[in-house]
Structures are given as C-alpha cells and as structure tokens.
Design a protein around this ligand. Structure first.
Ligand SMILES: *Cc1c(COP(=O)(O)O)cnc(C)c1O
Length: 380
C-alpha cells in the first residue's frame, strides 16, 4: 500500500526492484511480449535462432561453443549443466562461498553424482592457489564448479585465475554466471571453461522464465545419454533444436520475444562493457550514499561485484528491518533480506533497468525512512 505522500517513479506504477531477481525490465521489453506465436512459426524460429547466436557472441564462443536454452528459472539450467556434463563416473569439486555454491552441492546429492566441497567464508572470494593445491591432492576430481558472482553476499570470484589453475591441473570447469553474465567480462578465448550458465532475467534484463548453457560443442557431443532427467537433458534439447530450430517441449515464446528485445537494448548500451559501466555507477552511488548515512558494507570494495551489495544490519534498537523494508516498498523501492549465515544483513541490488536516478531515489527513501524510525546511528 502506498501512503498519500509516497511516490513511485516507475512509469508502470510498479516498484523498482533492487533485488537479485526478478528484476526491473524496460517498458519496451515488456511490450515485446504482446504476441502469440506458434512454436513452429517461422518468425519465432528465427528469433530463437538469433537469441542463441547473440548469447554465444557475448562470450566470443565462436564455432567451439553452442548455446542450449532451457525452460525454467536459473536453477533449472544449473541442474541441467551438472547432470548433463558431469559423467556418472566423474567427481565434481564445488568451490563454495555462499548459498548458490551450496545449492550446487545439493543438486549433486539429488542427482546422485559424486561431489566434494571446498568452502570459504561468505565474505571472502575463492582462492585459486588453494584450489590448485586441492586439485594436486585430489586425482579423482574430474570437474570443478564455481559461481562467478556469489549473489548471497555480492562477492566476485576470480574466475579467470580459477580457470587457469583448473586447466593447468587438466580438469574441466563449469561456471554459474547467473548474476554476472552480461555485466562482468567472461571471454571464452582467454578463459578456459567447458560450460557457463545464466538466465534471461538478471543482467541481460529480459523477463524471467528461461536459462541457457553455453557449452563446448565437443563436450556436449560426448554427453549423450548422461543426463539424469529427460527435461534437463541439454544434449537432447540441443539435438532437437539443431534438427528443426524448435524446442523439444512448449517453448516460453513470450519470454524469448522479450529476451530478443532485451538483447537489442543490451547491444544499444554497448554490450557487456556498457552494461557493466552502468551497474558500476549504480553500485558506486549506492555504496557512497549508504556509507554517508552510516551503514557498513559486508565486503571491502576490492571484493565487491557491481551486482548486489550486502549491508550489515544497524545495531540501533530503533532500527526495525520489517518496517524499513515495508516503508521503502511503499515508496516504490523493493530491497531484499540477507541470506548470510555469518551476520544479520540486508541486500540492495544494482542490476536490472535501473540507473543513477533510481539509486538516488532509493537513497532518499532510505534517509526519509530512517528519520521516521528515529534512527540516527546505522553502525552494525
Ligand atoms: C539467481 C541465481 C541463480 C538462479 O536462481 P533462480 O532463483 O533459480 O533463478 C543461480 N545462481 C546464482 C549465482 C544466482 O544469482
């Protein structure tokens, strides 16, 4: 409910989503969905093929990689990647520093494939040197999985350096780049990995509903029959799509139309460098403004990805998070509770169709809410 004096600046009257997803999308991306196309429709098949090619181009995948889209939220394609690409007699080392790393470990238990976990605190990046040591001592490990930006805290993991030690040890790397893809660089020509997954929402600013895996062609070819589930079999999905350009099962046509439009807007912004620049600027405005109000970030700036920022919960007894959250939401800004196990916290995202104006608007709403609650000290 909005109060009489509250305003939302969104053109649709919707709140701005300063969250890890779903995220704010542009009016033009939403408008692109106002068509009902059949799954065999030539226009749809062409749009789908274009989306697949453009996603490959973002990592410079060339002929060595293929793009396999999949229905569902991001976790579906993470599960599909692990189930399709880790062989039944393989063993996965999962580099964990947050909830999404733990989720991969849970997927491996459910899928019934061997895995082991190497864990760091949630406020620290994965250490490539430690991974190199672990691999030297673990000959049974065939694959390594890592999250590029651990959305739990917002920490950026050094995937390029991790890829180097994994390749040097002769193992294969699988990347969950869900919250980083399109905003942080990832170049298949200079970083050695077998597969990366991301989704239509998050930094590419489409609507939620599908994920995709960019995978080495030779690796996927060798994965026939390996998947644990028909619906999550990336090899089968790929083969069917190569055969006639169509999806195996009902495609999320509206999501794909919106995604195609979102990729136009991504290109118009200058691709990954342009998108990354806007998010870095959002992140800078947010962190500077929050520190000015007395809040403390969980991470030092050196480890912070420009995706989502974790703030420590103020210790002041006047600070009531539920009220803080509700009042910001009434003013048109949705933030997100923390997911940390180490400390009480909350998160504010910098991604989606948001710019400097929205970040400043959120800061003004936060300042006003603190005054309402009578909070003068935001130290943790
Ligand atoms: C958002 C996200 C996912 C996928 O989450 P869904 O809720 O299934 O879309 C996976 N990994 C990371 C790092 C994410 O940020």
């Amino acid at each position: 409910m909005r109060g009489a004096n509250d305003v939302s600046a969104s053109p649709d009257g919707d709140p701005w989503l300063l969250t890890p997803g779903p995220l704010t999308t542009s009016p033009t991306v939403k408008a692109a969905m106002l068509h009902d196309l059949g799954s065999r429709d030539r226009r749809f098949v062409a749009v789908n093929g274009g989306v697949r090619e453009r996603l490959l181009a973002i990592i410079g995948g060339g002929e060595d990689f293929v793009c396999v889209p999949l229905q569902g939220s991001g976790t579906f394609v993470v599960e599909a990647m692990l189930g399709t690409l880790v062989p039944r007699d393989g063993r996965l080392l999962i580099l964990v520093n947050g909830a999404y790393g733990h989720r991969m470990a849970r997927i491996m238990r459910v899928v019934g494939r061997a895995a082991e976990v190497m864990e760091w605190p949630e406020d620290q990046p994965v250490d490539p040197a430690a991974v190199a040591e672990r691999l030297a001592a673990s000959p049974a490990v065939t694959h390594v999985a890592v999250v590029q930006c651990e959305t739990t805290s917002g920490v950026r993991n050094p995937v390029e350096a991790i890829a180097e030690v994994v390749a040097a040890a002769g193992r294969r790397l699988l990347i969950d780049a869900m919250s980083a893809f399109g905003a942080l660089p990832l170049d298949a020509a200079t970083t050695r990995f077998d597969a990366v997954v991301a989704s239509s929402n998050k930094c590419l600013e489409g609507v939620p509903g599908m994920g995709f895996c960019l995978v080495r062609r030779a690796v996927l070819e060798a994965a026939a029959g390996n998947a644990h589930a028909l619906t999550l079999d990336l090899h089968d999905q790929w083969q069917a799509m190569e055969a006639n350009g169509q999806w195996r099962f009902t495609p999320p046509t509206h999501v794909i139309l919106a995604f195609s439009r979102a990729l136009d807007e991504f290109d118009a912004e200058g691709g990954q460098p342009g998108r990354g620049r806007r998010y870095r600027e959002n992140c800078r405005i947010l962190i500077d403004g929050m520190r000015r109000l007395g809040f403390e970030t969980l991470l030092p700036d050196a480890h912070q990805a420009p995706i989502i920022v974790t703030f420590k919960m103020p210790a002041s007894p006047r600070f009531d998070f539920q009220r803080f959250y509700d009042r910001l939401s009434e003013q048109g800004y949705v933030i997100y509770p923390g997911k940390l196990t180490v400390a009480p916290s909350f998160r504010i995202g910098c991604i989606g169709r948001l710019g400097a104006e929205q970040m400043r608007g959120a800061l003004a709403a936060i300042e006003c809410t603190l005054a309402e609650m009578g909070v003068t000290d935001c130290a943790a």
